[in-house]
Structure formats: structure tokens, C-alpha cells
Design a protein around this ligand. Sequence first.
Ligand code: NAD
Length: 480
Amino acid sequence: MQKVLNYIGGELVTPHANQWLDKPEPATAELYAHVPDSDETDLKRAVEAASRAFPAWSATPAADRSRLLRRIADAVRARASEFVRAESIDTGKPLSVASTVDIPRSISNLEFFADAATQFASEAHATDSVALNYTLRSPLGVVGCISPWNLPLYLFTWKIAPALAMGNCVVGKPSEVTPMTAFLLSQVCRDVGLPPGVLNIVHGLGPKVGAAMSLHPDVRAISFTGSTRVGAEIARIAAPAFKKVSLEMGGKNPNVIFADCDFDEALATTMRSSFANQGQICLCGPRIFVQAPLYERFKEALVARTRALKVGDPLEQGTEQGALVSRQHFDKVLSYIELARKEGGKLLTGGGRAKVEGRCRNGWFVEPTLVEGLGAECRTNQEEIFGPVATLTPFEREEEVLAWANSTSYGLAASVWTRDLSRAHRFAARLHSGIVWVNCWMLRDLRTPFGGVKDSGVGREGGQEALRFFTETKNVCVKL
Ligand code: NAD
């Protein structure tokens, strides 16, 4: 049985009350690790360690902070196969996804912000010949980073790297559902000589550790990625203390396919945007709208490809669909398939538990599922399912599909497929969405501001936006 430890003040430590959570492997449903069930005291110790480390870390030259972030990235790369395997066992995702998406993107996050630390610039404004205004940006102090289970290391590093790059000290709380790669990261940080207390990782339940973090007066900002429900709770708790808050939350993204698209590309990418990581990516596009002249052809090809997806042991090469992350999530996704049936949806393929033999026979596998015949307003098309379930809907006109695309409370990401350049720009501008991909999906440029609108997010992450978030601003006006 593996034991995950907290990382506080540079040490790997057990939770002070010696309480532990069980961590099963999603592909087998068997227990394989114990995770600290930390509480307010552990969190307080982490904040104290971070506060002690802050004066020296914030005074460390940017080039030295950058070098340390690079050393962390190099050490993760050197142990990449260990990280990939841990991620796959922990989450149930296929090795192919962990090795091509999660771990390389985590390394890029660390490297990107290592560079950004040395490139950061703030603004100056010459006010005619009367005054010179400039903006000083300083680190906030101790900041909290709370991340979800679907892309554990990828989203954890996406937060902690800019925070550390700007000279903050961090208390991180990874999801208790998938703690393994953050635990490996803490070992790496210790090994490469990150000064004690600069990064602290406290494992445990959200309502205990995460809530204590949102309440703690010395935590000056919370960067959160997770569900809209929890994001709202954090905003409510953090507001009276005037903490800075960045919230990246749920989505129900539209994937709009016009008849003039490149058929093969739209099809291949729609397979990924519907089912990558078993549909457990906030950016997935589970509402697929296809223009009428193309609908039947697209549907037929999509169904055939979906049926051919290889569901199986995440640790086997060639597996395309792994397990869902937990029993609770598996039940939730199956309940939504049931709801789709009740709402009058027609199942084109999938629709239940996927049978996998051998060591994975008890794992939480769901068949990749396609549903048609549901209106845009029904719950299946409005609520986030976050699993391998997508709906297909034909449309005739641009106005009609725009209204459907915009009809949910979410506004995270959208994809549009068309060869008509004017339409692409026009449509992108009218989508209520923080991110729009035209003729692609999940292409990433770390310099761009990332995030959602409406119930999907407040604030922006990535690039300069992330660096600025982790600073406080002072404007200095000098009369000439
Ligand atoms: P979640 O909201 O249940 O948990 C996220 C994190 O918050 C976990 O670490 C959890 O322990 C913690 N938490 C739970 N209750 C808390 C509380 N009261 N106070 C403070 N922290 C608390 O989300 P999840 O189930 O882990 O992740 C799935 C969700 O994340 C989906 O809704 C998905 O769309 C969203 N997500 C969004 C993005 C994005 O960039 N917008 C990226 C990935 C995932």
C-alpha cells in the first residue's frame, strides 16, 4: 500500500492527526494508497512555513527563481515515465494520454513560467510632459492553489508555476481523488533544493483543507480550478477578506460543425473533443451541432469511430478509453445517460457500463456514448456530465445554432468548423465563451489568457495574466 505524505516546510510529513483517506485505483476499484486526511492544523502549519519562506524567496533574483523552476521541470522530465504511470493509475486515464498530454504539458508549464519570470515587465505612462506614471508589481505573499482531479499535475503546475515565478510562496491543495503526481512533485522539489516552505502541499478533503485555506487570513489569493458549485463557495468565503480570487470552473461546450468544413479533420478532432480522457476535460465539446446537409454522413462516421474505440486497461498500450475517476463519478455519468433516455434521447451507441476483462473487471468503465434527438434546453444538454457522453443535433441556420450554443449557463470553450473565413470570425465573436477554437481543439499557446465567462469562470490564467494575478499593484506618479 502506498502512502502519500504532505509537503510542509521542505519536509514530507504525515498529517498531524494521523487520519487517512482510502485511495482506490479507478481501473480496478481496488485500494492502492492512503492519502492524508489533513485538517486546519496541517493547513496552518503550511501557511506558517510559507510565511517564513516568503521574505527570502520574494527577494531572490528572478533569474534564480527561474533556474529553480527549470530544475523542477528537468527533474520531472527525468522521471517522466514514473509520473506517467502514477498519473495513469491514479486517474484511470490511458498511458497514451498521460504521456502525450498531462506530463509534457506540466513540464511546459514549469518551463514557460521559468522563462516568464525573467521576461516580466510592468507598464509606464508618460503623462504629456507633466508626469511619469509607472506600475510596480510585487508578489502577494502566501497564495493558495486548489486543483481538480481530471488533469492533476497539468492544472496544479499551471497555478503554482506562475505564483512561484513571481516570488510568492504557495500552499497547494491537489484533489484528494488524484494525489499521486503532486506527491511525486513534492519529492522532486525537495530533491532539487527548492528552499523549505516556498511550496507546500497539503492533501485532504476540499471542505476541510480547501475551506480552511479560503478562510485563512494570511492567504492573500486563491487560484481555483474545479466545479462551479465549489467555486461559488470559495468566492463566498474569500470575499469578506478581500482575497484575490481566480476561478476556473465547469463547462458544457458546443462543437459547431458547418457543412462546408473539412470533413476528415472535423471528424477526427470531434472524436478527441468528445472522448479524450473519457470526456473528463473541462474543454471537451459534448454538445455537437452539425449542419443539416452534413448531418447523416457525419453521424454515421462518428458512430462507427466511437464504436471502434478501444476501452480497456489504462496501463495497456493501445487502450484509447480508460476508467472514470471514481465510483461516485461513474454513478453520476451513468445517471445522466439514464436521464438522456428519460428525456427522449435516442442512443446511437454506448449507453452503459463497459465490460473489461481481467484485472480491470471491477473498474469504473463507461461505454463511449452518443445520443441524438434531444432539444438544446433539456438537462442532458444544459448540465455538465463530464464523461464520455455527447449529444448530436442537426441545425439549419447560423442564428439558430448560435442561440443553442449560447443557451447554457456556462461559457468556457467552443469549437467552430467552417472554411468560410467571414463566418468563422463573425460566429466566434458572438459566442458567449472564454475560448473559441476555429477548425481545431485544445491547441494551446501559453501566452494567451485562458478562462471562461458566465458560470465557467472569473479571471484569466496563462501568460502575463497569470503573472499579474499573483502580484499586487502600486501606481507611482512622479511629477516632472
Ligand atoms: P471540485 O470542485 O469537486 O474539486 C476541485 C478542488 O476543490 C479539489 O481539490 C477539492 O478538494 C476542492 N474543494 C472541494 N470543496 C471545497 C471547498 N468547500 N473549499 C475549497 N476547496 C474545495 O471539482 P472536481 O470534481 O475535482 O473537478 C471537476 C470539475 O472541474 C468540473 O466541473 C470541470 O469542468 C472543472 N474543471 C475546470 C477547468 C477549467 O479550466 N475551467 C479545468 C479542469 C476542470
